[in-house]
Ligand binder design. Structure first.
Ligand code: WT7
Length: 648
């Protein structure tokens, strides 16, 4: 079906209601929350702000909306670290474990809420002693260690905004972000563990620091044990600061609209954007969605989100959402295949993880490694699975459902963005019948519509995903560039937020994300989403992962070029895959060429770099495209990708 925007070629019809066993203990088993959220979104969010967040001063206005600028809980005051730490300790839950942390080499730490609060207070005092004041920006460049959460929480305690830069980013990317934010302090580590080796962070930071005049002090956590240079007067060991710090640092009430953090995202073009998130609305959004989407109950659940704190997923669903809910989590430092391909499953078994949240790219990688890996472990503690970051292909969803969830665990496919702060479209696991590959419906209190080229809402078929009214976790702007904020998100469809994703609506009103509209291919006038062709390819039993791009073609405008990774040990002919796509979604979507490759080029956060593949397919830079099936070319592509980390 066509709306003129993006064709609807879908083919998935399986449905999965929540089991009676799951429904028996769920927070939400019916449509009451949906009804409440639809009837009055502001009242819905206000109720949750009251129930899930502790305020020192109440707000006078729930939402002030001067398109495109929103303020939430206006006049209210609260402290985020108080909400994540103190109130749990004050309620007698200080001994509850906040993090079961495991380093890649296998070393472990258990951090309780009381310990996390003590350390956060000390580090907040250390930051104050280095001259950090309310409103300042602090950069964080750390591995996945508990100190990352401490550093973020310490900033919130004193009203400094953090800007976390993923530890895999280059010195140049770090310097750009520090300079854009004019950060005063950088918090880093000597190094961290990855793939059995220490990767250096401080040495990278030193390169960045040659060109970051705003930085006055650098704090270095000892983790990797690698040699680092310390510049006297500027650089300080974290453990020395903690040892010297006053243990008490009262949480200072902050205005609900105080800047909480900046997080840089590049989107498709131009210099990275410092996405601004503020305090009261953001915390309300992530606390509420964490509780309901993960059906979280603190006395029962062990939550593990595999994201890095350098991404928004780590901010919202490792640090703020879970800690506001008093959750117990697993935090893991390293890669999923060290020392072997079953590390993730061994951690789930060891810590009895009940809720597991990961990305489709990871799931497809586990598919590639084979079912024997999860089969080595007892995964019976799991009760709920989540997915985020990309559309999840129906076959990856089914694999997750069968081989990880053992057909017992609901899957929540959560659509959101750095800009939205928290989840926007997702099942409520006890109330929503799921379909493999669909993020289902907007969450309660969220308004989403699919529109056609002219901005008119459609009820069926493919188009552009827009958000229709403000939500508490929404970005408040782009740091230093209000005009770009308006142009990027609020101009294409007047009165609506548009951040670049295609989506389609099926006959039940379910939403299916179709990927970035920049990736949509135009074949003989048909607008075809990469997601649908990739999902058709992945539905072939031999295929683990696929990326398709539209390359210029003299006859059809664009032709579909597919790059395919096979499941461990399997083979298949190119023409079989082409026919398979034709059968699943139609001859128009048949790839012209299929290349087999052991790996696909991905961004540091795991998204397939289709733009790069398009360059390859169209012969730009890399010359002869037929050589791409050669792994060394892919390695080359990946090297280039890692040199352009802005493409997250
Ligand atoms: C983009 C945002 C959300 C945190 C991690 C990524 C894609 C995200 C889904 C999903 C289909 C998804 C979208 C979105 N995306 N989740 N469940 N289904 N697509 O944050 O780096 O800001 O990326 O990721 O294209 O716009 P991000």
């Amino acid at each position: 079906m066509s709306s003129g925007a993006i064709d609807d070629l879908g083919f998935e019809s399986r449905t999965f209601p929540p089991s009676t066993e799951f429904v028996a203990t769920t927070h939400v088993a019916d449509d009451s929350l949906y009804r409440e959220g639809t009837a009055n979104p502001d009242a819905y969010w206000e109720r949750h702000a009251r129930e899930l967040v502790t305020w020192s001063t109440p707000w006078h206005t729930v939402c002030e909306w001067n398109l495109p600028f929103a303020k939430w809980f206006v006049g209210g005051e609260l402290n985020v670290s108080f909400n994540c730490l103190d109130r749990h300790v004050l309620a007698g839950r200080g001994d509850r474990v906040a993090f079961y942390w495991e380093g890649e080499p296998g070393d472990t730490r258990t951090v309780t809420y009381k310990e996390l609060l003590d350390e956060t207070q000390k580090f907040a005092n250390a930051l104050l002693s280095l001259g950090v004041q309310k409103g300042d920006r602090v950069n964080i460049y750390l591995p996945m260690i508990p100190e990352a959460a401490v550093a973020m929480l310490a900033c919130t305690r004193i009203g400094a905004a953090h800007s976390v830069v993923f530890g895999g980013f280059s010195a140049q990317a770090l310097a750009d972000r520090i300079n854009d934010a004019t950060a005063k302090v950088l918090i880093t580590a000597d190094g961290g563990w990855r793939r059995g080796e220490v990767f250096p962070l401080k040495p990278q930071a030193d390169v960045a620091l040659q060109d970051t005049p705003s930085i006055e002090h650098v704090v270095v956590v000892k983790r990797g044990g690698n040699d680092v240079a310390m510049q006297s007067g500027r650089d300080h060991w974290y453990h020395d600061l903690i040892a010297a710090a006053n243990p008490m640092c009262p949480a200072e009430p902050m205005d609900a609209e105080q800047l909480l953090f900046l997080l840089y995202t590049s989107g498709t073009t131009g210099k990275p954007k410092g996405i601004m998130h503020t305090t009261g609305g953001y915390l309300t959004h992530v606390a509420t969605t964490f509780k309901y989407v993960f059906d979280h109950q603190p006395d029962r659940d062990i939550f593990w989100c595999t994201a890095d704190v350098g991404w928004v997923t780590g901010h919202s669903y490792i640090v703020y959402g879970p800690l506001a809910n008093g959750a117990t989590q697993v935090m893991y430092e390293g890669v999923p295949n060290f020392p072997a391909n079953d590390r993730v499953w061994s951690l789930i078994e060891k810590y009895k993880v009940t809720i597991f949240y990961t990305a489709p790219t990871a799931i497809r990688t586990y598919m590639k490694w084979g079912t024997q890996e999860p089969q080595k472990h007892d995964l019976s503690s799991l009760r709920l699975l989540g997915s985020v970051g990309e559309p999840i292909n129906p076959e990856a969803w089914m694999w997750y459902h069968e081989h990880i969830g053992h057909e017992r665990c609901p899957i929540v496919d959560t659509w959101w963005q750095t800009e939205t702060g928290g989840m926007m479209i997702s099942p409520l696991p006890g109330a929503t019948v799921t379909k493999p590959g669909s993020a289902t419906r907007p969450l309660p209190g969220i308004g989403a519509e699919v529109v056609d080229e002219s901005g008119t809402a459609i009820t069926r078929g493919g188009g552009y995903l827009t958000l229709t009214h403000p939500w508490p976790g929404m970005l408040r702007g782009i740091w230093g560039d209000p005009k770009r904020y308006q142009e990027t998100y609020w101009s294409r469809f007047p009165g609506r937020y548009f951040a670049g994703d295609g989506a389609k609506l099926d006959e039940d009103g379910y939403l299916w994300l179709l990927g970035r509209v920049d990736d949509v291919m135009n074949v003989s006038g048909h607008r075809i989403s990469t997601t649908e062709v990739e999902s058709a390819l992945v539905s072939h039993p031999s295929v683990a992962e696929a990326a398709v791009v539209g390359a210029n073609d003299a006859t059809t405008g664009q032709a579909i070029i597919a790059y395919v990774t096979l499941r461990g040990g399997l083979t298949v002919d190119e023409h079989v895959l082409r026919e398979h796509v034709a059968k699943e979604i139609g001859a128009i979507a048949k790839p012209k060429t299929v290349y087999f490759t052991p790996d696909l080029p991905k961004t540091r956060s795991g998204k397939i770099m289709r733009r790069l593949l398009r360059d390859v397919a169209e012969g730009r830079n890399l010359g002869d495209t037929t050589t791409l099936a050669d792994a060394s070319v892919v390695t080359e592509l990946q090297r280039r990708a890692s040199e352009h980390p802005a493409e997250d």
